[in-house]
Design a protein around this ligand. Sequence first.
Ligand code: NDP
Length: 285
Amino acid sequence: MAKIIDGKEIAAQIKQEVKQQVEDYKKEGITVCLAVIQVGEDPASCVYVRNKKRTCEDLGIKSLSYELEEETSEEKLLALIDELNEREDVDGILVQLPLPSHISEKKVIEAINPKKDVDGFHPMNAGALACGEEGFLPGTPAGVIEILKRSGVEIDGKECVVVGRSNIVGKPMAQLLLKENGTVTIAHSHSRNLPEITKRADILVVAVGKPKMITKEYVKPGAVVIDVGIHRNENNKLCGDVDFSDVSEIAGAITPVPGGVGPMTIAMLMKNCLESKRLSKKQAD
Ligand code: NDP
């Protein structure tokens, strides 16, 4: 049976580290602040936004909340982002996605000052990652790297396969594994004979968006399997892109859903807010 990697516990460690640093800043009279913007009332977005605000509160990070109506114009949203870009007291700006269809996500992401882009979605930050330069990393793939490192999984020289090539998970995931000296393969919906590719992996990261698609036929015995997917099954229970009970019979280690990658995303977002403060403070000093 596979070792179950406890993402919740690792996320708790990271949040504790952030909390400590936030407290230290407070002693110097410095407050870390995240602005969270939500447009409309998509139920999943409401849950995510609530969790982000609650985590800010738990860690002593100030959160500014902007809950805009579904009909809000793109112009109005861009004007708010401009205002927050200018505010010295705001360290991070997060616009919860997806946005209503009349608003261009691309324009909105590009409007955020890259120095406050704590989601790491701005092309400047994506480009920095691609060039191996410093920048904000998207929370989910950065969280996967933390999970691997803090679980003692060595990446250097390992065969790593990422299933999925989205801009927010798959692509940055592959680049981060490459940065850690993994030998990286990216698979996607046009890949032929997927099990043959995934079975090469010592570390298999699945971000395919298909419930329980990855069964043990896709996995090399002893591999480390990281499941990024989040879905609700027919009984309204959370499940991932990996068939957990099947794959855990042969994997060396595996992340569960819930309690695996999910909690890491918010923890890494909080870390990015802190990093934004550190960088702006360094510039001011
Ligand atoms: P996308 O739908 O944007 O991307 C899915 C990727 O999987 C695409 O690159 C697609 O290929 C590929 N794909 C689809 N079907 C197949 C297939 N049959 N074989 C091989 N590849 C395939 O999803 P995201 O990257 O945004 O998210 C992936 C999953 O992770 C989702 O379940 C999402 O809910 C979850 N998620 C979890 C987060 C967390 O905090 N834990 C955060 C973000 C996402 P192609 O490019 O060719 O279409």
